[in-house]
Design a protein around this ligand. Structure first.
Ligand code: TYM
Length: 351
């Protein structure tokens, strides 16, 4: 049965990239799938152990989920650390995955920087915990932005190696389902999860530099639109967004080699739920002095209600905490069912 899982780290402000690349898709998938959405607090301590406001950030991401339209009754919303089975499965995956696989992760190389020997072991093992998040529910589909693609490939590699290394035990315990793996059929316990990376905004770029992705950690606040920005701030940031001097092209092809223009057109398309072709058909030939105000109006129109709803929900801290507690209980029951199987397959002594 298809099951969606995804996670967002509680570090820094949520921005338009998080919204268009991920959260908005979380909302849409609720119509067709059972969904589990997680605030991944254990991931946020991999880069920096001590956070003053981890609790507040966790609540704030939860409020953003709810304000965007995620229904915590029909689906599950919780914070990762409440369900210790994530960390338990991550440990087992640390023993399945190879150090070389982790060393090849571009996000690790970026985040660790030059002094790799001094990065936390958690930062290196980050993708193992991410695979555990997904596979502890045996989720089949994971909506994410383009930057998470490599991590999802690794998740499939871990699932495939586990299925393969334990295929005989999985079959003899009757815990598997038959799965095609290239030439052979294996008795798989974990599904080979599919990433969902689609649409015009899988990689929203910085408003100040079309070659860098929009990110929580960019020192310039002008580089991103935060979900909590007010209307004036949103308009100002779009007005100041870097562009080239040419008008918008009349064909989609004309956006090649024009990363800033391409980014703004992609944002417009995503916010208006139209294709980039459509946007070019409407605005092709126009100057940015005409396109930017239209984009600013659209962005304010779509984001302001979410910001207002976030403020309203955040004010009721007891409600937010109760959503996470309830979600954690329901997630925990599912995760424990998977872990019973995993412990048996591995051969750990348990009752
Ligand atoms: P995080 O917290 O950095 O980002 C949350 C989601 O936002 C997407 N995203 C973007 N999409 C488009 N353009 C951008 N500029 C942009 N920046 C961020 C991310 O791709 C992500 O979907 N490792 C994950 C969290 C995680 C997770 C998981 C995700 C932990 N476990 C299991 C899926 C499944 C991360 O750091 O996302």
């Amino acid at each position: 049965k298809p099951l969606v899982f995804s996670g967002v780290q509680p570090t820094g402000n949520l921005h338009l990239g998080n919204y268009l690349g991920a959260i908005r898709k979380f909302v849409a998938l609720q119509e067709t799938h059972d969904c589990i959405y997680c605030v991944v607090d254990l991931h946020s301590i991999t880069a920096q152990l001590v956070h003053d406001d981890l609790v507040e950030q966790t609540r704030s991401i939860t409020a953003a989920f709810l304000a965007s339209g995620i229904d915590p009754k029909k689906h599950i919303v919780f914070n990762q650390s409440r369900v210790p089975q994530h960390a338990e499965l991550a440990w087992i995956f640390n023993c399945v995955a190879r150090i070389g696989w982790m060393n090849r992760m571009t996000q690790f190389k970026d985040k660790a920087g030059k002094d790799r020997e001094n990065a936390s072991l958690g930062l290196l093992a980050y993708p193992s915990l991410m695979a555990a998040d997904i596979l502890v529910y045996r989720a089949t589909h994971v909506p994410v932005g383009d930057d998470q693609k490599q991590h999802l490939e690794l998740t499939r590699d871990i699932a495939a190696k586990f299925n393969n290394d334990f295929s005989a035990r999985i079959a003899s315990l009757g815990l598997g389902v038959e799965m095609e793996m290239g030439e052979e059929t294996v008795n798989g316990f974990f599904p080979l999860t599919e990433p969902l990376i689609e649409g015009p905004a899988t990689r929203v770029m910085s408003l100040r530099d079309g070659s860098k992705k929009m990110s929580k950690s960019d020192p310039s606040d002008l580089s991103r639109i935060n979900l909590t920005d007010d209307a004036d701030t949103i308009s100002k940031k779009i007005r100041k967004a870097k562009t080239d001097p040419e008008p918008l092209p009349s064909e989609l092809d004309g956006l090649k080699e024009r990363p800033e223009a391409e980014n703004l057109v992609g944002i417009y398309a995503a916010l208006s739920e139209r294709s980039r072709e459509d946007v070019i058909a409407e605005f092709g030939g126009q100057q940015f002095s005409a396109f930017k105000p239209a984009l600013a109006d659209l962005a304010v129109d779509r984001l302001a209600p979410i910001a207002a709803e976030m403020r309203r929900i955040s004010a009721d801290r007891a409600f937010v905490d109760s959503v996470l507690r309830d979600g954690g209980e329901r997630a925990g029951a599912k995760a424990e069912a998977t872990m019973k199987g995993v412990r048996e397959i591995i051969g750990l002594l348990a009752d």
